[in-house]
Ligand binder design. Structure first.
Ligand code: ADP
Ligand code: ASP
Ligand code: MG
Length: 406
């Protein structure tokens, strides 16, 4: 079979007019002789609306019920898209995650796909049907509904492409991957081809254009991803393993920024090493994903330790710290929600030193305090006060050549 998996995001199917246009695009591919499997997200901002509905009932909605609610969004769009295809004279059939037995782990709202039973998909393809599958959702062993985390339809698409041994195309409201979100950096350069490693670093540090786990999965199964616009024929971006010349030329390929983290500073910790072990052990047990860490020893041999964690986990972090304070009332902490985490990413950093030095020089020349720093082989991430975020994006974009030359 010559299978192509195409994924259409929420903004591409935000209205019934758009759904009809997407149907035309799918039909063009079908007419070109491909077997088409389509993954769709919920229409427009529907998932946000469902989240808001839940929050108007409960500050902390029950995770299982939340997934029952959120999976409805994709059920609406798969049925409407299939109807549009049928209306245009093509055979089509929609499937929810549970109908295809998209088996996931049981962690609601951040479930991971374990396996997919594609029998129904291949049977339908053999009957000449276009298959439309709900993204973002799956089921546990006990048949409870799960979702894969916001933006997770990309991951559904890659998982299906892997299972069906097909190619994978991600259609969205932007015509490819840019060196920085084009909404944030005016004149950002489009990247014709980017490596899995760089895209994973960008996606996990705020580039919401791709779900991190989709890129991870594509890398694992060595599936090239083609990211392009739903409504234009502009050439998009290929995400693959390739070490093309374009990637070698630049030291910094792209950047990303995230406002989704908080900085926590715990003051006056006694016996530093033991305290660190205990603090991060307890945070880990609660499933809190601690990212950046820095520490400072005081003259009295007490320690201040700062770390970042996802904003959504603030209540859990506070719970851990309050429990600890009951045993040791001298411990105090400060929470800073007013931060931005900026990352510069590039394979070229492996072979070129000096990116960190240049970043610090730029920050220093512009009187921007760097609160925390972390690096990987191909990334540097640093935290600044939120009000400086745009200035930092512009500075880095300009100095590392991430803008289009006019
Ligand atoms: P979809 O609904 O199709 O999944 P998303 O909103 O998840 O779309 O992703 C597309 C958006 O990602 C774009 O509108 C763009 O603003 C944003 N984005 C963030 N970083 C990048 C980047 N590096 N390149 C392109 N788009 C980016
Ligand atoms: N509808 C889901 C969301 O808004 C999944 C997705 O768009 O990929 O997060
Ligand atoms: Mg998305």
């Amino acid at each position: 079979m010559n299978i192509v998996v195409q994924k259409y995001g929420g903004s591409s199917i935000g209205s019934t007019e758009k759904i009809k246009k997407v149907a035309d695009k799918i039909i063009r591919t079908k007419k070109a002789g491909k077997d088409v499997v389509v993954i769709v997200s919920a229409m427009g901002k529907n998932t946000d609306e469902l989240v808001n509905l839940a929050k108007s009932i409960s500050g902390k909605p029950d995770p299982r019920e939340m997934d029952v609610l959120l999976t409805t969004g994709e059920q609406v769009s798969i049925s409407l898209l299939s109807m549009a295809l049928i209306e245009k004279g093509y055979k089509a059939i929609s499937f929810t995650g549970s109908q295809l037995n998209i088996q996931t782990t049981s962690s609601h709202q951040k479930a991971r796909i374990m396996d997919i039973d594609v029998t129904k998909v291949t049977e339908a393809l053999k009957e000449g049907k276009i298959v439309v599958v709900a993204g973002f959702q799956g089921v546990t062993e006990d048949n409870d509904f799960t979702t894969l985390g916001r933006g997770g339809s990309d991951t559904s698409a890659v998982a299906l492409a892997a299972k069906l041994e097909g190619t994978c195309e991600i259609y969205t409201d932007v015509d490819g991957i840019y060196a920085m979100d084009p909404r944030r950096l005016k004149n950002a350069k489009k990247i014709p081809r980017i490596s899995y490693d760089e895209m994973m670093e960008m996606a996990s540090n705020g580039a919401g254009v791709m779900h991190y786990r989709a890129v991870e999965l594509a890398h694992k199964y060595d599936i090239p991803l083609y990211v392009a616009s739903t409504f234009s024929d502009e050439p998009g971006t290929i995400i693959d393993n390739g070490g093309g010349k374009t990637m070698e030329e630049a030291v910094v390929t792209g950047m990303a920024s995230s406002l989704e983290d908080i900085q926590i500073t715990v003051l006056n910790l006694p016996s530093p090493t033991k305290s660190l072990y205990r603090l991060f052990g307890q945070l880990g047990e609660k499933g809190i994903n601690v990212d950046m860490i820095s520490q400072m020893l005081t003259e009295d041999n007490l320690m201040h330790v700062s770390f970042t964690a996802p904003k959504d986990d603030l209540w859990l972090v506070e719970k851990v710290l309050r429990e600890w304070q009951q045993q040791d009332p001298t411990i105090q902490w400060e929470i800073n929600e007013d931060i931005a985490k900026i990352s510069a990413v590039g394979l070229g950093m492996r072979s070129h030193a000096g990116v960190a030095a240049k970043v610090f020089e730029l920050m220093s020349d512009n009187n921007i305090e760097v609160k925390m720093v972390t690096t990987s082989e191909i990334r540097i991430t640093w935290v600044v006060v939120r009000e400086k975020e745009q200035q930092v994006i512009d500075l880095i974009g300009h100095h590392f050549g991430l803008e289009m030359s006019l």
